[in-house]
Design a protein around this ligand. Structure first.
Ligand code: NAI
Length: 296
């Protein structure tokens, strides 16, 4: 495997391109506009500079990483020589199904098609192609250059060969892959999201305040970040949509999203990215203040 195409240069896509390129692969980064690609490339450069300052890489590694990345705004050109395509486009089912149809039609017949989806069924995405045995989930964690885990998700028809190739490749880029099966939320979000939801329900019912809930989980369970702060970091809209996938997929009331979460998303309070969620955020500042809505 030599040529990797990453589709989507956003938060996850640029991180995935960075990690493959730093490990010697030729990467083509595809997005819809040159602006989106430029933004992705400048994030990669910033992250490489940070690694350089910390002496984790050399100037030569930074240069080779950047020269290993080429870009395209044309999907078909971007995938025509790919051995592996990792799709990290926007989390909309219709967008992904359409993309996989096009990718399947234009990519080399031997290519493996992976998706970084956090909640959409791999089996459903695979069914949009004529090569379901070569379709697999590669769920990287954010921030990609730092986080060790890749949740490797087997769809119903994913072959042993495809799985073995992706497990080996994941180790080659310095990650620790874990193989799981395709059920709503896979493993990471099936366990994480109900915990976040329960933290929001506890706040909503007045069991404790924002700081108290997060402190219990940080000091009591040794979590690096409390569940409410983590929800702000992930994005409350993303948390809501994953909970809806779990609720819909399993049909069990235990996955029903807390009404407070629904209200906050409806009101546009989506967490760090909008400046307010359970906490308020000032760009460039690391100070963490509870949102006035949740102070007495
Ligand atoms: P993002 O919104 O930062 O980036 C998505 C990029 O995809 C945008 O630059 C957009 O222009 C591009 N795009 C959309 N449609 C496209 C198309 N047809 N062709 C080419 N590019 C297209 O989103 P983010 O956060 O990077 O998420 C990407 C995927 O990764 C989603 O499936 C998400 O669920 C998953 N994910 C996100 C995590 C996170 O913490 N943000 C964690 C793990 C998975």
């Amino acid at each position: 495997m030599k040529n990797i195409t990453v589709i989507g240069a956003g938060t996850m896509g640029n991180g995935i391109a960075h990690v493959f390129a730093q490990n010697g692969f030729k990467v083509t980064l595809v997005d819809l506009s040159t602006e989106a690609i430029q933004k992705g490339l400048s994030t990669i450069e910033k992250n490489l500079d940070r690694l350089l300052t910390k002496e984790k890489i050399t100037e030569a590694t930074k240069d080779t990483t950047l020269t290993n990345i080429s870009t395209s705004t044309d999907l078909i050109t971007g995938i025509k020589e790919a051995d592996l395509i990792v799709e990290a486009a926007t989390e909309h089912e219709a967008v992904k199904l359409e993309l996989f149809k096009k990718i399947d039609a234009a990519a080399p017949s031997s290519a493996i098609l992976a998706t970084n989806t956090s909640s959409i069924s791999i089996t459903k995405i695979a069914a949009a192609t004529h090569r379901p045995a070569q379709v697999i989930g590669m769920h990287f964690m954010n921030p990609v250059p730092i986080m060790q885990l890749i949740e490797v998700i087997r769809g119903y028809n994913t072959s042993n060969e495809t799985t073995a190739t992706i497990m080996t490749l994941s180790r080659q880029i310095g990650k620790s892959p874990v193989e799981v099966n395709d059920y709503p939320g896979f493993v990471a979000n099936r366990i994480l999201m109900p915990m976040i939801n329960e933290a929001i329900i506890s706040l909503h019912e007045g069991v404790a305040g924002v700081t108290e809930i997060d402190t219990v989980m940080k000091l009591g369970m040794a979590h690096p970040m409390g569940p409410l702060q983590l929800a702000d970091f992930i994005g409350l809209d993303v948390c809501l949509s994953i909970l809806q996938v779990l609720h819909h997929g399993f049909g069990q009331p235990k996955y029903a999203p807390c009404p407070l979460l629904i209200n906050m998303v409806t009101a546009g309070r989506l967490g760090a990215k909008t400046g307010e969620g359970f906490y308020t955020y000032v760009p460039g500042s690391k100070e963490l203040n509870v949102s006035p809505r949740f102070t007495k």
